[in-house]
Design a binder for this molecule. Structure first.
Ligand code: CP
Ligand code: NVA
Length: 313
């Protein structure tokens, strides 16, 4: 009996698997740019469930499945029975009986966990309130492309202790770098997710302290999807946490600037930094395509065989 592998957080893969995945993504990107046709997912279907908006995630998964020879099916909760209250458990059993993988963007992280527990095919977390692991695959790939290995480096995450922050924390542990987090008091990452990460993560309430001498600076919006009503309160709370040229000047000279996008210019980041020479945000966005193609290949084609429990025992 083989156990289904899911990708709900970066902790679902070992550091070696993640490193291999990034290497494979870089290789697949080169082959794709060279015009190579590669269709290991011919006749395979990815169901994409979106309960929140998306540009990059939808386009990259849909184009990626197409390029791999398969098909991606967009399912909005508004138009499916999910939106009318059909239980996750029932939806998971039904949808997974007809497709080869499922991608979900939703609110509570427990929703993807519950879906995965009842799914007969791999489930990919395409953003929950707590994590955004697919973005980190693209971000790690982008760092490697520009600077080589991130192991032993220091990154600074500036802003809200949100889904992006939690995934950066996991990345620090899995890819072996240190993460400084700068956030206003009251907007720290979840304490239970910090557990076991103290060797890899340091919390600051002063942006200047956090970015001093780092190799990479990243930030995210102050109000995430679902927090639109808090926008005004958050604008006040995060005022001192904008990444501008003065902040970037405190980091190492060759530090990169990253942002998962969409960005709010002159809120969490100045236009000068976002469009400046240290910014790699467009590469990060493009790399969502290549990193997720490597992920789909791993989950649908390679991994089920690798972890056949009968073979292992
Ligand atoms: N970064 C990211 O996930 O973008 P979308 O919300 O546009 O998918
Ligand atoms: N923290 C943001 C990330 C968007 C890609 C959000 O959840 O809205």
């Amino acid at each position: 009996m083989s156990q289904i592998r899911h990708f709900l957080t970066l902790m679902d893969f070992s550091p070696d698997e993640l490193k291999a995945l990034i290497g494979r993504a870089i290789e697949m990107k080169k082959n794709f740019i060279a015009g190579e046709i590669y269709e290991p997912l011919k006749n395979k279907t990815l169901a994409m469930i979106f309960e929140k908006s998306s540009t990059r995630t939808r386009v990259s998964f849909e184009a990626g499945m197409n390029q791999l020879g398969g098909h991606a099916m967009f399912l909005s909760s508004r138009d499916t029975q999910l939106g009318r209250g059909e239980p996750i458990e029932d939806s998971a059993r039904v949808i997974s009986s007809m497709v080869d993988a499922v991608m979900i963007r939703t609110f509570g992280h427990d929703i993807v966990e519950n879906f995965a527990a009842h799914s007969s095919v791999p489930v990919i977390n395409a953003l929950t309130d707590d994590f955004h692991p697919c973005q980190l695959l693209a971000d790690m790939m982008t760092y490697v492309e520009h600077r080589g290995s991130i192991e032993g480096k220091t990154a600074a995450y500036v802003g809200d202790g949100n889904n992006m922050c939690h995934s950066w924390m996991n990345a620090a542990k899995q890819f072996g770098f240190h993460l400084n987090i700068a956030c206003p008091k009251g907007y720290e990452p979840k304490a239970e997710l910090m557990k076991g990460l103290s060797d890899h993560v340091t919390l600051f309430h002063d942006i200047n302290e956090a970015v001093k001498g780092v190799d990479l600076v990243t930030t995210d919006v102050w109000a995430s999807m679902g927090q639109e009503e808090e926008q005004k309160i958050r604008e006040k709370a995060f005022k001192a946490f904008k990444v501008d040229s003065k902040v970037m000047a405190l980091a190492n000279k060759d530090a990169l600037f990253m942002h998962c996008l969409p960005a709010h210019r002159e809120e969490e980041v100045s236009a000068a930094v976002l469009e400046g020479p240290q910014s790699v945000v467009w590469d990060e966005a493009e790399n969502r395509l290549h990193a997720q193609k490597a992920l789909l290949e791993a989950l649908v084609v390679a991994m089920p065989k690798q972890i056949d429990l009968k073979e292992a025992s």
